[in-house]
Write a protein that binds this ligand. Structure first.
Ligand code: SAM
Length: 440
């Protein structure tokens, strides 16, 4: 890892080795879990006894059941959520589930050499500083690996709930920082509307918004397009707007429709994850369902809720979500391939008359089957359709291992993929002769 002109660059396999991307599940740091227990105890006027997570056992079942009941019923009805009796529930369950979601957009920026050592960041609808905590954990890793360099995070946090803003400040203050990482926070209790405009002289490197523009947070007439469009004036020239939304099909398609309008009206360009491979795209109309999956180790504070009867996510060891990174400078995560050489586009595969042949393809991973036996990639030439690539038993272990680790938004290059056409069906198969290369 190195710092060049105030931007951070990765070397060799550092993404895997240092950030545990692909190889390990993320773990919520103990200090955050402990600080959450602090807040729970303060809120309910309880006294901590052991000063560790065992204190949770001191809470009366009646309180815990109330929290479990809220979790089991929250975000079921598509209408504006009233958080007045849900702050504790949010920090206990949703904060740990959401805090690492920002990592993938950050990794996209890091891969492209677009993360700075000093950043100004606005987090909208911050709740209890869910994303800022994830960003701090990310920068801690960078700072620990570049000990002779200074890193500074300037956060502006906005939320309509004073309680969340208080929690946000409390939790960020608890962060254990290396000496070369400074964190500065300004927070604002503001009820944003879709026509709210943030002063133009407030400029940011990153504006992040997570679980905010959907129908659980606003009344029906909230115009997310208008809201996101206005934020463009608050981005630095090389700034990024990161939007994270729930992983459901409905939320994914809604987000992509808003994204399309923002792109097609020239407000932003897509930086990641849905980038074209062969040709730049000024217009985008696809809104397929895809979702990013991140492995999260269940934190002890959620294990505790499960031991008391929580059913939600009992068996799940991951979170799924959608995200997009938008910019205004035309930059994209993987630059356009200018030279196609021996590669085929998916459109060309469909147009080819032969019944059986082999091709080389490149594309961005759209989705993966649960059992890892097939996956979909998109090169932008037939964007709205899902063509599944299947893995034959004969495929090498290297191929199988690579596919096991694939995730949405990653670029792959495949050599010698077998194509078998039967009437209207096009079968795409990776077998003994095929090779797959991941770009990170
Ligand atoms: C689902 S929470 C998301 C919190 C955090 N970003 C996360 O991903 O965990 C939505 C947050 O948006 C805030 N919010 C909802 N409507 C708002 C508005 N009009 N203005 C400011 N904040 C709002 C809520 O108070 C809540 O903290």
């Amino acid at each position: 890892m190195r710092l060049l002109d105030n931007k951070i660059y990765l070397e060799n396999d550092e993404l895997r080795r240092i950030f545990y991307v692909k190889d390990e599940e993320k773990e919520i740091p103990y200090y955050i879990q402990d600080a959450i227990v602090d807040l729970i105890f303060k809120e309910w006027g309880l006294k901590r006894k052991y000063n560790n997570l065992n204190d949770l056992e001191l809470i009366e079942d009646e309180f815990v059941e109330k929290v479990i009941n809220i979790i089991d019923n929250l975000y079921k009805v598509p209408s504006k959520t009233d958080y007045s009796d849900k702050h504790i529930t949010y920090i206990w369950y949703y904060l740990p589930n959401n805090m690492y979601k920002i990592w993938q957009p950050l990794i996209d920026l890091l891969i492209a050499g677009e993360l700075k050592n000093e950043i100004r960041l606005l987090d909208i609808g911050t709740g209890p500083a869910t994303l800022p905590l994830g960003i701090i954990e990310f920068y801690k890793i960078i700072a620990e690996n570049l000990k002779d360099k200074e890193f500074i995070l300037h956060f502006d946090l906005i939320d309509s709930q004073k309680k969340f803003i208080d929690y946000a400040n409390y939790l960020i203050n608890k962060a254990l920082l290396p000496n070369n990482l400074k964190v500065e926070v300004k927070s604002y209790v503001v009820n944003l509307k879709d026509d709210s405009i943030i002063k133009k002289d407030f400029k940011y490197d990153i504006i992040s918004i997570s679980n905010f523009i959907n129908h659980f947070e606003h009344k029906k007439h909230f115009d997310a397009f208008k809201f996101l469009k206005n934020l463009g004036d608050n981005l630095n020239e090389d700034g990024s707007l990161i939007i994270i939304e729930p992983g459901s099909k409905f939320e994914c398609i809604s987000l992509k429709k808003i994204r399309n309008k923002l792109i097609n009206e020239g407000v932003y360009n897509i930086f990641s994850p849905c980038v074209p491979v062969w040709e730049e795209r000024d217009e985008i109309n696809c809104a397929c369902f895809s979702t990013y999956i991140m492995k999260i180790k269940k934190p002890k504070i959620i294990d505790f809720l499960i031991s008391k009867g929580l059913r939600k996510s009992k068996k799940r060891e991951h979170v799924s979500y959608n995200y997009i990174v938008l910019r205004r400078d035309g930059l994209i995560k993987y630059s356009i391939e200018k030279n196609k050489q021996s590669f085929y586009t998916f459109k060309e595969i469909f147009e080819k008359q032969e019944k059986e042949f082999r091709v080389n393809v490149k594309g961005i991973v759209k989705k993966k089957s649960k059992k890892n036996l097939s996956f979909c990639i998109c090169d932008g030439t037939i964007p709205d359709k899902d063509y599944w690539i299947k893995i034959d038993d004969t495929a090498s272990n290297i191929t199988k291992e690579a596919i096991n680790k694939l995730n949405m938004g990653e670029k792959v290059s495949i050599k010698k993929m077998k194509i078998v056409k039967q009437e209207n069906v096009v079968n795409m198969i990776l077998d003994l002769n095929s090779e797959i290369k991941l770009f990170f």
